[in-house]
Design a binder for this molecule. Sequence first.
Ligand SMILES: [Zn+2]
Length: 52
Amino acid sequence: MTLAHFLDGLRCADCHALDALWLDAMRGLVECRECGHRVTVIPDHLDERRNS
Ligand SMILES: [Zn+2]
C-alpha cells in the first residue's frame, strides 16, 4: 500500500509548479516537492461539517 500519491494535473498554489503536488495520506496533507508548500487536506468524512 502506497501512502504517498502524486496528484496529476494539479498546480501548486504557491510556486505554480504543475504535477509537483503529492498527497500524504498518513498525515492528511498535500505537499509540493518543488517549494515544500503544504496544504492540509480535509478528509471526505468531514465534508458535512463545511455545509453548516
Ligand atoms: Zn510549490
